[in-house]
Design a protein around this ligand. Structure first.
Ligand SMILES: C[S@@+](CC[C@H](N)C(=O)[O-])C[C@H]1O[C@@H](n2cnc3c(N)ncnc32)[C@H](O)[C@@H]1O
Length: 295
């Protein structure tokens, strides 16, 4: 991303991998949290805007709860999977910093630290402004964010080894610029397609030693020594690194930006939907309301 006015499309190259290996993580614990903090305030069949909806697994869950869902994302490839995963949803290719929608939504959500990709407080405030405008009076906005201590200098902190692909993710933090960077390195057999079909498995990796290696890595070593992955994969596999930047924000900054655009009743929660103390500096959920009786 160079220009703040262009559409954020950085997820295009790893959309298939996100869809396959990451999206389910975003769902962990989310439905109970929404059940507690959001659903009780929504009308039956209410309209929810899923900001930065990605591959649509969260949208799908909301639809299954009976809501009408519009997902918005800057990545065309992520939306391709979203349309497959949640065919009853409506999906819009647009940027969170510049979209305009009429005030028809009962609620908006944004999950899996998507808004940490908004790289300045001014732009984050612009996102809040756009969401505010899209909400009906009394509508609520619930989103999660990584806070100051979210990004750590860990070279490799997760990974996965499969028959025909593997990946690692590592994070670093530049304290001077307050910018987190995570690099996903994708490994694939040299002869696989650039945009993998994943049906074209490498036959060598179906041998028993290979299956055992995958099993041990994914069940044991991935937790204990994720950095071991590059040593385990076939030497002929190619690697493709993809780098993403993320900006952590403090609770106070987020609260102020929400209030400036008109949100009220801003509350901060942990992942179990318990009130977070102001000292919390890793992750938090923010819940804010557009006041009733205002345009
Ligand atoms: C970590 S994924 C989360 C996807 C989904 N919310 C989930 O929980 O699975 C982040 C998503 O945010 C989208 N995104 C980041 N910045 C964006 C922006 N400025 N406008 C639109 N989408 C954006 C990316 O394209 C990506 O799909």
């Amino acid at each position: 991303m160079t220009s703040s006015t262009s559409r954020y499309s950085d997820y295009d190259p790893w959309a298939w991998l996100y869809n396959r290996s990451e999206a389910h993580l975003a769902l962990q614990g989310l439905m109970p949290l929404l059940d507690k903090l959001l659903f009780p305030h929504l009308p039956e069949n209410g309209q929810i805007l899923d900001v930065c909806c990605g591959t649509g697994q969260v949208s799908k869950q909301l639809i299954q709860q009976g809501y009408q869902v519009t997902g918005l994302d800057g990545s065309e490839k992520m939306l391709h999977y979203a349309r497959e995963n949640a065919p009853q949803g409506k999906f819009l290719l647009d940027d969170a910093r510049s979209f305009t929608l009429p005030s028809t939504f009962d609620a908006a959500i944004s999950t899996d630290s998507s808004l940490n990709h908004i790289m300045s407080l001014d732009e984050l405030q612009q996102v809040f402004q756009n969401v505010y405008a899209a909400l009906k009076q009394g509508g609520r906005f619930l989103f999660d964010l990584g806070l100051e201590n979210r990004y750590r200098n860990i070279e490799v902190n997760d990974g996965e080894l499969q028959a025909d692909y593997a990946w690692t993710v590592g994070e670093t933090y530049d304290a001077d610029n307050k910018t987190g960077t995570f690099t996903i390195t994708l490994f694939q057999p040299a002869d696989s397609d650039a945009s993998p079909s994943l049906t074209n498995s490498d036959k060598r990796s179906h041998s028993i030693p290979q299956r055992l290696k995958r099993f041990v890595y994914n069940r044991v070593l991935r937790v204990l020594r994720p950095g071991l992955l590059p040593q385990l994969i076939d030497k002929y596999w190619q690697s493709l690194p993809m780098t993403f930047t993320a900006k952590p924000y403090s609770q106070a900054e987020v609260r102020a930006a929400l209030e400036v655009v008109g949100f009220t009743q801003v509350e901060v929660y942990d992942f179990r939907a318990r009130r977070a103390t102001p000292q919390r500096k890793d992750y938090a959920y923010f819940l804010a309301q557009k006041p009733s009786g205002q345009a």
